[in-house]
Design a protein around this ligand. Structure first.
Ligand SMILES: Nc1ncnc2c1ncn2[C@@H]1O[C@H](COP(=O)(O)OP(=O)(O)OP(=O)(O)O)[C@@H](O)[C@H]1O
Length: 254
């Protein structure tokens, strides 16, 4: 059992239901500080709902969420705001504001959460844009002027705006060609190492799982089974067998 101070996010007994449909039923999960954890599962098993639950966009019917030692349901508004500023999120479609330039998009969380002078925000945004692997002139562009891969990098730059400890990524490599996806995997691994981030990544991409994830959580039967790739390869559950031993898994070198 890991020490509590080593845990970035702890979920206990999470229940999520929509009408008659029970998506999560008593789900427990511990995410360790500094790990890259991939979240996989069949369509509709509740990967996005799980992420939305942790970041407070979905209220579970039962259960508790602890982030960096703070019970989110018991936190004061100030504590909640502090914790919310300690994570960055890359949503599936990038979710950039189309009427703002990339630099303005990156500054948006700074404006919301800090009182930094405008000039410093501009300098910090330029730094995040470079960290995300974009050329310096990308800051002045609007999202519509960027390729799909560049939009995702801009989304990463914005997710890094407040120097987060935790990064949530919802299908970061979806829609990228294999070379672009591999480059994006490298970026995430590099950022994780250099900034000491905890990364929670929903993905369908087996190459990403192999390349950058320390552990993998599989949503099965309304709960999550967490282990290393080697551990999942021993699991006899039919979905896990099919997923990790199927044709696409072989193509990914598993
Ligand atoms: N706000 C909502 N209201 C009603 N049902 C919802 C809501 N959000 C999610 N669901 C349902 O919960 C289930 C899980 O959805 P979720 O988007 O988390 O799946 P997922 O595992 O991310 O799937 P996919 O891989 O297809 O993106 C789905 O059946 C979805 O229809």
């Amino acid at each position: 059992m890991a020490d509590e101070s080593d845990i970035a996010i702890s979920l206990r007994g999470i229940v999520n239901r929509f009408g008659q449909q029970v998506v999560h039923d008593g789900l427990d999960l511990d995410i360790r500080k500094g790990e890259v954890i991939g979240i996989v599962g069949g369509s509709g098993t509740g990967k996005s709902v799980l992420m939305r639950t942790v970041i407070g966009l979905n209220r579970p019917a039962a259960g508790s969420i602890t982030v960096l030692g703070t019970r989110m349901d018991k936190a004061s508004d100030a504590e909640r705001a502090r914790i919310e500023a300690s994570w960055g999120v890359l949503f599936q479609n990038g979710a950039l504001f189309s009427s703002l330039t990339v630099a303005e998009n990156v500054q948006a969380p700074m404006r919301e959460h800090t009182d930094l002078p405008a000039e410093l925000m501009g300098e910090l945004a330029a730094l995040k844009i470079r960290l995300a692997g974009l050329p310096a002139d990308a800051g002045a562009k609007f999202p519509s002027q960027l390729s799909g891969g560049m939009k995702k990098r801009a989304g990463i730059a914005r997710a890094l705006a407040l120097d987060p400890e935790i990064l949530f990524l919802d299908e970061p490599t979806a829609g990228l060609d294999p070379i672009g996806a591999a480059e994006f995997d490298d970026l995430i691994r590099d950022l994780q190492r250099s900034l000491g981030l905890t990364v929670v990544m929903i993905t369908h991409d087996l190459d990403s799982l192999v390349a950058i994830c320390d552990r993998i959580g599989v949503l099965i039967d309304r709960r999550i089974r967490v282990g290393t790739l080697a551990e999942h390869l021993q699991d006899e559950h039919p979905w896990i067998r099919q997923y990790f031993h199927g044709k696409r898994a072989r193509a990914a070198g598993i």
